[in-house]
Design a protein. Structure first.
Length: 299
């Protein structure tokens, strides 16, 4: 068989792969809609995103001080007030903006960097050994102390938190995506694509990345939940942005004022907000992973 005939057969075989990807996506969505916990988690995440985007319409920005001080939840103050008389409901509403921003931005950076590194290592095997060493070394480091050290040295800000969280999140993404990419690059249709073009970038963008997209989607959700917890932890330690409200800052100021044990509402409501976001992201990733698994769909 001539090379022209092989290329022709490869070109014919690439279209069914694209069509099968489209059918798989439709089947995954149909299976996902039958997952009640997954749909509930998706609804909660959408609700939190809407709250973050419409915060000025829901509650006024918390002032520097107010009255009364440490008032329990009531009709006037749904979530009570803090040690300076500020409305905790407004703090939680406005704090959702920073939490959602950190989750989206940090996970986006980590996903882009992690996916590029993973796919490059899987396709260009000479790079794979070096990338594996870097990823294993990074994953072996004590993440939390290093995050605290870097945030303390650079200075507290939202940008610092995003970059610090992303810097320690991309190796996990690389490990997950790389394991799938190593299988994809050995498939026959990728070998056929190499006969059609000499551009590795075209093959990676057209064939390898779409094949590992389900793993990337799961990584996005998991990385976002980890980013929220990391940002809240740094803010609770006093390394968050002091000029922006966040759920971690509410907990930090409650601890600093000594009212954390006496005013239960100061810790309850921001903790519930963090729990809802992290738990919803986790349940969404589990439901999506089950929906895209053919064995789970048959059950």
């Amino acid at each position: 068989m001539t090379q022209a005939a092989v290329v022709t057969e490869a070109a014919v075989g690439v279209e069914p792969v694209a069509l099968s990807n489209g059918r798989a996506a439709a089947q995954t969505w149909r299976a996902f809609r039958r997952e009640p916990l997954g749909m509930l988690a998706l609804a909660v995440l959408i609700l939190l995103t809407v709250v973050a985007c419409t915060a000025p319409l829901i509650a006024p920005y918390p002032p520097s001080y107010g009255d009364p001080v440490l008032a329990p939840p009531s009709g006037a103050h749904w979530f009570g007030t803090d040690s300076l008389g500020r409305d905790v409901f407004g703090e939680v509403i406005w704090g959702s903006q920073q939490s959602i921003l950190v989750a989206v931005a940090a996970s986006a950076i980590a996903i882009v960097v992690g996916t590029v590194v993973a796919v490059a290592g899987a396709y260009f095997r000479r790079l794979d050994g070096f990338i594996s060493v870097v990823v294993d070394l990074t994953l072996s480091l004590p993440v939390l102390p290093l995050m605290i050290l870097i945030a303390a040295l650079v200075g507290p800000s939202t940008t610092t938190i995003i970059l610090v969280v992303a810097a320690f999140s991309w190796p996990e993404v690389t490990r997950l995506v790389r394991s799938q990419a190593l299988t994809v690059v050995r498939l026959p249709y990728v070998d056929a694509a190499r006969l059609m073009t000499s551009s590795p970038l075209w093959i990676i963008v057209r064939h390898v990345v779409p094949a590992v997209t389900p793993v990337i989607v799961v990584s996005v959700v998991v990385t976002a939940s980890r980013a929220v917890l990391s940002a809240a932890g740094l803010a609770f330690l006093g390394l968050g942005d002091p000029n922006v409200w966040s759920w971690g800052r509410i907990l930090y100021e409650a601890q600093q004022s000594g009212a954390m044990s006496s005013a239960w509402w100061l810790t309850l409501f921001p903790s519930i907000a963090i729990l809802l976001l992290v738990l919803s992201a986790t349940l969404l990733s589990i439901a999506y992973n089950d929906a895209r698994n053919p064995k789970s769909r048959k059950r």
